[in-house]
Design a protein around this ligand. Structure first.
Ligand code: AMP
Length: 192
């Protein structure tokens, strides 16, 4: 099994790169943001709850997020591994993921962090907001809030896995193909 965490601030290209990695390594892509948007689209109880946080650029509470993530993994056991995109976003989520994978005799293989500076992120997200239909991409205040949440609450997850020797930082600027090659190079080095 290869279990990768694709990490980085909002707008760093995680979704784009995850789609390419899925093709190459035959992994299941699990994006908690996409799962929430699916629930919102279906107007479920979980969706209604998540939406109130997402539209403000805040994190959905851990217990909701962790449960949803685990359900998705449990529902897809026959895969070569997972790419977690947008999860874990807090230290308790990272601890819960480790415990959960350990209970299945598995572990996180590596965390790959895409490094992109704040100004570039704001630019990319405002551009994406023109077509994504995402409320949280079209308002600069909300975008800045999401970056703040990333820096204050989420970035510690990098250190959490770095202490276990599992974090890799990748330059997230360049063409999609350039960044993809950098990620693949770092996966090949893992020897899995
Ligand atoms: P994303 O699509 O990853 O940018 O996520 C969009 C929004 O969904 C975030 O700003 C959060 O409000 C919520 N969200 C996604 N993943 C998580 C997570 N792991 N923990 C808490 N909230 C999340």
């Amino acid at each position: 099994m290869i279990n990768l965490i694709l990490f980085g601030p909002p707008g760093s290209g995680k979704g784009t790169q995850a789609a390419k990695l899925v093709d190459k390594y035959e992994l299941l892509h699990i994006s908690t943001g996409d799962l929430f948007r699916y629930e919102i689209g279906n107007n479920t109880e979980l969706g209604v709850k998540a939406k109130s946080y997402m539209n403000k650029g805040e994190l959905v509470p851990d217990e909701v997020t962790i449960g949803m993530l685990q359900n998705k993994v449990e529902a897809n056991p026959d895969v070569r591994g997972y790419i977690f995109d947008g999860f874990p976003r807090t230290e308790p989520q990272a601890e819960a993921l480790d415990r959960f994978l350990m209970s299945k005799g598995q572990e996180v293989t590596a965390l790959i962090a895409l490094d992109v500076d704040d100004d570039e992120i704001v630019k990319r997200l405002l551009e994406r907001g023109k077509t994504s239909g995402r409320a949280d991409d079209s308002n600069e205040e909300v975008i800045r809030k999401r970056i703040r949440v990333y820096n204050e609450t989420t970035s510690v997850v990098y250190n959490y896995y770095d202490e276990k020797g599992k974090s890799e930082r990748i330059e997230g600027k360049g063409t999609i193909e350039e960044i993809f090659s950098r990620i693949c190079e770092s996966i090949e080095k893992l020897n899995v």
